[in-house]
Design a binder for this molecule. Structure first.
Ligand code: MET
Length: 408
């Protein structure tokens, strides 16, 4: 049977792309699940052909035609994930890495290798992103500013403007269109880990680079670590060259799991966001909670400040998983000042809005009533309950913020 070309519409809904992107050839291959190619090397009797492919890759950074020669150049299973993520983010290409930090490292190295070592960034960012920039570990220099100060902070050697929205861990939001305007010709990198392309597509707002810790919502089950940059093909070629040279490749098994994760991304994010919005409303009216942060674009992340000792809430949860990270099917809670943002200088952290009493929760797919029961019981821990609403949390007030022994 011949199928008319018009049977495939030019644009499909995100939910459809999430299921089908990166799998276009499966029917032709006669398989239902994508093939998982674990090869580290690719045998060939044609060494001259391999030399030509290596030369082409070294010169252009384009994905090699034909067999990849060696897994550090390219992998067909990982490439399926890259194709699918680019489709969801609305970019030409995507380049996957071993972790989100490896992905950010590659972006910084691409720009630094062009002599553009200065980065303008808006706090808060994920704690290790902050650290990578602030410590200058890659020979870069950062200027921290608020969104309104971006234009003024640019220098002739500025290679990148970086924002995260909603930000980790405060969920502060940035107006991407306004930021893009301020960047002029300097590439804007948006960390879209919290929003995912289901809620926000930064490339449509003019971001040149969209970063994900794929470990989080893209994988979705807490069992795969990865990172990815969605961008135009010109930048992707440079990223592939850096990835080849530095070796921060995504394992094919991870590429397989991430492609699988993408197929349920829209339903997971929407279901968890509905529950999160409900929990955020309940927390807002709870007398034990001083402040709730929930983004205007929605999402499955909630942050809140308690009047009492946040360590008691962490110690008190029984259904909710007391763990760093986010984006899994189960609900996770952590204390940013102790874990995800521990590496950031305490004063910098506090002035970026990360209070010592802030807790960050990644809402999963459990029933909302079960989650609320667990949360409200954890909030009933002695210090949390007794610390009153009469005495609001103060920055710098370190009393009562030390961990207590776990168990009750
Ligand atoms: C090593 S701590 C952080 C892991 C992850 N990026 C998070 O924000 O939870």
């Amino acid at each position: 049977m011949e199928i008319a070309a018009s049977a495939t519409p030019a644009t499909r809904a995100l939910a459809t792309d999430a299921v089908h992107a990166g799998r276009e050839d499966l029917v032709e291959l006669g398989v239902h699940a994508p093939p998982l190619d674990l090869s580290t090397t690719y045998p060939s009797h044609d060494a001259a052909g391999e030399a030509a492919r290596i030369d082409a890759f070294a010169t252009t950074g384009a994905r090699p035609d034909g067999p990849p020669v060696y897994a550090r150049l390219d992998n067909p299973t990982t490439a399926r994930f890259e194709t699918a993520l680019a489709k969801l983010e609305g970019t030409e290409s995507a380049v996957a890495f071993a972790s989100g930090m490896a992905a950010l490292t590659a972006v910084l190295l691409v720009r630094a290798s062009m002599g553009l070592r200065h980065v303008v960034a808006v706090r808060p960012l994920y704690g290790c992103s902050d650290h990578l920039l602030n410590a200058g570990l890659l020979g870069t220099e950062v200027t921290w500013t608020d969104p309104a100060g971006i234009g003024e902070a640019l220098r002739p050697d500025t290679g990148l403007v970086m924002v995260e929205t909603p930000a980790n861990p405060t969920l502060a939001e940035v107006d991407l269109r306004a930021v893009r305007q301020a960047c002029g010709s300097v590439p804007l990198l948006v960390d879209n880990t919290f929003a995912t392309p289901v809620l926000q597509r930064p490339a449509e707002e003019g971001a040149r680079l969209v970063l994900h810790s794929a470990t989080k919502y893209l994988g979705g089950h807490g069992d795969v670590m990865g990172g990815v940059v969605a961008c135009d093909e010109e930048f992707a070629r440079k990223l592939r060259q850096v990835r080849f040279a530095t070796g921060g490749v995504l394992h094919p098994m991870a590429g397989y799991l991430l492609l699988r994760g993408l197929s349920t991304l829209p339903v997971r994010v929407r279901a968890a966001s509905t529950t999160a919005a409900d929990l955020a409303r309940r927390l807002t009216t709870d007398p034990r909670v001083a402040r709730v942060h929930y983004p205007s674009i929605g999402g499955a992340m909630i942050s809140f400040e308690v009047y009492g000792n946040p360590h008691d809430v962490i110690a008190g949860v029984r259904l909710i998983t007391p763990a760093v990270s986010l984006g899994s099917v189960d609900t996770l809670i952590q204390h940013p000042a102790s874990i995800s943002h521990r590496i950031v200088d305490a004063d910098d952290r506090r002035s970026a809005g990360v209070s010592d009493r802030l807790l960050r929760m990644s809402v999963g797919l459990e029933d909302v009533e079960d989650l609320w029961r667990d949360l409200t019981e954890a909030l009933s821990a002695r210090s949390v309950r007794s610390a009153l609403p009469a005495q609001p949390a103060r920055e710098g007030d370190r009393e009562g913020l030390q961990p207590r022994p776990v168990g009750r």
